[in-house]
Design a protein around this ligand. Structure first.
Ligand SMILES: [Zn+2]
Length: 109
């Protein structure tokens, strides 16, 4: 086990269940100005999640706190749950393939 030349396929780990997958398999969530933002392009530190089903585990395990290295108010994660649901409804799948030029609504409010 000497990963000298790691394969060029990036591997992410779900902060909920610990499953490993490629960025295409997982949803990225970043903390931007104290708000959880779903999306691969969101700036800042990212936490990765298989999907909404892992959110509860992630909260229990404090996976987001670890990934973002900061304390996360539960209200932020409540809102994240809604965002995830909306995100999946919009894309139909967690795979957004980084190719959604029209989704310019980081602050649709
Ligand atoms: Zn998971």
């Amino acid at each position: 086990m000497t990963p000298t030349s790691e394969a060029h396929v990036p591997v992410r780990t779900c902060v909920g269940c610990g499953r490993r997958g490629t960025p295409a398999d997982l949803v990225r969530v970043a903390l931007v100005d104290g708000v959880a933002v779903v999306g691969r392009r969101a700036p800042g530190r990212g936490a990765w999640l298989c999907g909404p089903e892992c959110l509860a585990d992630a909260r229990r395990r404090r996976g987001f706190q670890r990934a973002w290295r900061t304390d996360v108010p539960s209200a932020v994660l409540d809102e994240l749950a809604e965002q995830l649901a909306a995100h999946l409804a919009r894309h139909g799948t967690v795979d957004e393939q980084g190719a959604s030029p029209g989704s310019a609504d980081p602050n649709s409010r």
